[in-house]
Design a protein around this ligand. Sequence first.
Ligand SMILES: [Zn+2]
Length: 97
Amino acid sequence: MTTYYANHREQMREQNRSYERANRDKRAVYKANWYADNIDRIKMEKHTRVFCSSCGKTICAGWMTEHKKTRAHLANVQRSACREAGVNEFLTYEPNG
Ligand SMILES: [Zn+2]
């Protein structure tokens, strides 16, 4: 954190908050228009098929964030890390361990 920011942090935050309050409606309209203009591109990007190199699966790009949290994917990542480290026995994946 820079010294200027540290000294003026609350003042800068209050300026941002007052700007947000003053321009809330304008920003809402802008966001709605932007979304309407870009909806086709967003849908196309979400439906693009991408390859997960850890699992060897082809999945939707929109599902990729959730896929990275799945138990199977995390286990595959751990297996490949063990393989790269030269460990022969696969460790079992423990979600909270
Ligand atoms: Zn995966």
